[in-house]
Design a protein around this ligand. Sequence first.
Ligand code: DGY
Length: 288
Amino acid sequence: MKVLATRRYPGPAFDELGHAEVGPLEPRADVEALLVANEPVDASDFPALRLVANFGVGYDRIGVEALRERGIAVTNTPGVLDAATADLTWALILATRRRVVEGDRRVRAGEWTGSWADGFLAEELSGSTLGIVGLGRIGSAVARRAEGFELRVLSTRRSGGMPLDELLAESDIVTIHAPLTSETQGLLDARRLSLLRDGACLVNTARGEIVDEDALVRELVAGRIRAGLDVFAHEPHVPDELVSLPNVVLTPHLGSATRQTREAMTRIVVDNVLAYERGDPLLTPVET
Ligand code: DGY
């Protein structure tokens, strides 16, 4: 099978696809399997395409429906990135709530001149309320870690769970773990963001488009809330206003970015391609 990968994906498993070519997503008549990282695929550019193996659990940008209509199978990498993404979520919660990055900047700028006893206070984590938007695999991993921090945990789920508006109004920290779909796009709009408590922290390691980014920027510029953001609506673009704000911590889509997790993701991608070549069932087909 002619396999094209948009990059060399990390880890030894990639070498098992000795026949894979690494190159750009440009029209090709011979390519039968594509390895992508949630990059849009126009099936008409690849008339021989039979399989798209996505390096990532989220496949919102690939164009799954159009691929399905042409009988092209799609796979993703669920499960292996839950821990890494939950850990990064906690890094952002702690950094944002305890003003870690602000403190670091203050030290580096030589602004730490007085006593430790003079001001620069943050908000306590234990005893506060954590609202998890989307209690799926990653949201549940975040919830398990919350036990150690002695938080009260609220959550919304795809079906059931607490109404979102109530969760937003009752939480000190809100963290998003829903997939990007037509239902979740713009879910946290200006009205919902206004429900957040003054001083609340919003953490997003899911997808930028789930939040109305302009409305979020307005809230952050006003200094009413704090945020830890790993994802953005138009990556890798980050709204200019955010860059100089002290009340936001910014990371470049690092949720799954540990060596172990990224290598495990490659393992699943490769196993799906090998299964397809053998005529075996796919390990992790995307069902929509
Ligand atoms: C995914 O897998 O969808 C993530 O965004 C990558 O960390």
